[in-house]
Design a protein around this ligand. Structure first.
Ligand code: PLP
Length: 482
């Protein structure tokens, strides 16, 4: 067996192979383990990192070499508290024993099976499990591998749904300013972050956007849903009137906008969207890639806000980030509209090689066990009030212009510095990791927090203390207290 060595000094353990039965792998001593990846690769050049200023990063790289529970181990030997759960995904904490064990067991039984015209049991069991967790009447699941794929899948299902019902004139999609729906062409078309759209050509036809809901003048320092802004949902009526409601297929929103800086919905806003969609025959899609699976203390944001959408997109927390997987949950009426005509016809010409991948199914089942049977979603709900209380003590510090939160999700918005958007929050985030041993995420001039559900009060204290010190010590004379 030949294994090419890396250029840098990694160590491989290479075992000898033994005799091989025809058609079978040798049974003894054939494992080749890749161990001890070097903490400092000789070159960082080849990897074009996503959503990263590559040249800047590679001048002073920060590498993670290990993880456990709430912590990351950095290559320089430091251990930092992960207050963003990886990238809003490691909700049960890193290397959760249940999930690791399930994945290890699965890989030794079935590594891969297609879900195209053949199947494997775990995908069906997981889909059933998700249907049981979903809001009532959402009993069907389409598997993907990421949030971006879930979004594009949901948009395609929405368009095809209307056609299946003989209403093919509904082709328009409505997103929202400041929304993040991943990086597929569908997702960036309905997405509302200009710099993620502007370099990629004309995008999808027939897309329009609702106004975003951030209103610092009226709602700064709200706890949970802000009081003002339900009327922003009425902009949907205006858009429908502009385009003719009978041409609109679906509206997609994040119930709590995440990547743009954590914007909880104004009180009553989501319900108003639902009412308008119902009146006009338009599907409502909630993108719950961040909010799904307990982030807000309930299974889904739809449960917390008491609004049932027609489709829910998920990913991230579904497998605790341990392996890529996404899922689109949908109402029975949406699914059933496709189950017409010849039984031998493919109902939806869509899917991925890795839809319902066995390893991802194993990870997801174990993750859902951790969330429900081990009580992590309940823990998330129980810690949220303390998290809220502590975060709002940051009000009054120089340059803090808003604190927003719902569940274990929060944004601390800072007054922008003259030298450029995002520089203030980047400085604070850098200080937190360097001085406070806490990893937070800067999105624009907002510090986003989305810790694992397993955090305790002392971890909340550490996060908030480190933010307080970072904000105070990076403050400029121009930073006013709000
Ligand atoms: N939708 C939302 C709401 C997200 O927050 C994200 C990622 O942050 C995505 C979609 C895209 O997910 P992925 O990066 O897995 O494609």
């Amino acid at each position: 067996m030949y294994i090419s060595r890396q250029k840098y000094n990694s160590s491989f353990k290479i075992g000898s192979t033994t005799t091989r039965e025809p058609g079978r792998f040798p049974t003894e001593n054939h494992l080749v383990a890749f161990a001890d990846t070097p903490a400092s690769p000789a070159s960082l050049d080849a990897f074009w990192m996503p959503f990263t200023p590559n040249r800047k990063f590679k001048q002073s790289p920060r590498l993670i070499v290990g993880s456990e529970g709430l912590y990351y181990d950095l290559a320089d030997g430091r251990r930092v508290l992960d207050a963003i759960a990886g990238l809003w995904c490691v909700n049960a904490g890193h290397r959760h024993p249940r999930i690791s064990a399930a994945m290890k067991a699965q890989i030794d039984v079935l590594d891969y099976a297609s879900s195209f015209q053949i199947g494997h049991p775990a995908a069906f069991v997981l889909a059933q499990r998700l249907a049981e967790m979903a809001p009532a009447g959402m009993n069907h699941v389409f598997f993907t591998n990421s949030g971006s794929e879930s979004v594009d899948t949901a948009l395609k299902i929405a368009l095809a749904y209307h056609r299946a019902r003989g209403d093919a004139g509904r082709y328009r999609l409505i997103g929202r300013e400041r929304a993040y729906h991943g990086v597929g062409f569908g997702g960036i078309s309905v997405g509302g972050i200009g710099r993620q759209r502007s370099t990629f050509g004309p995008l999808l036809n027939g897309v329009d956007h609702l106004p975003h809901t951030l209103d610092l003048a009226r709602n700064a320092f709200s706890r949970g849903e802000p009081a003002h802004g339900i009327e922003k949902a009425d902009a949907l009526e205006a858009l429908l009137a502009l385009h003719d409601p009978s041409t609109v297929a679906a509206v997609i929103v994040e119930p709590v906008a995440g990547s743009t800086g954590v914007l909880p919905p104004p009180r009553g806003y989501l319900r108003r969207l639902r009412e308008i969609c119902d009146k006009r025959g338009v599907l409502l899609i909630f993108d719950e890639v961040i909010t799904g699976f307990g982030r807000l203390g309930t299974n889904f944001a739809a449960d917390l806000f008491g609004v049932r959408p027609d489709l829910i997109t998920t990913a991230k927390g579904l497998t605790n980030g341990a392996v890529p997987m996404g899922a689109v949950l949908m109402r029975d009426e949406v699914h059933d509209a496709f189950m017409q005509g010849s039984v031998s016809g493919i109902e939806l010409s869509h899917g991925y090689t890795y839809s319902g991948h066995p390893l991802a199914c194993a990870a997801a089942m174990a993750t859902l066990d951790a969330y429900t049977q081990d009580g992590l979603i309940a823990q998330s709900a129980a810690t949220a009030p303390y998290f809220e209380e502590c975060l709002h003590t940051l009000r009054g510090l120089p340059g803090v212009i808003d604190v927003r939160n719902v569940g274990l999700l929060a944004g601390i918005e800072l007054q922008p510095w003259a030298e450029g958007a995002g520089t203030h929050a980047q400085a604070v985030a850098q200080h937190c990791v360097d001085q406070g041993g806490v990893l937070v995420r800067s999105v624009g001039d907002t510090i986003a927090l989305s810790p694992p559900f397993t955090l305790e009060r002392r971890h909340v204290d550490q996060i908030v203390d480190s933010l307080r010190a970072a904000i105070a010590q990076t403050a400029r004379p121009t930073d006013a207290a709000a």
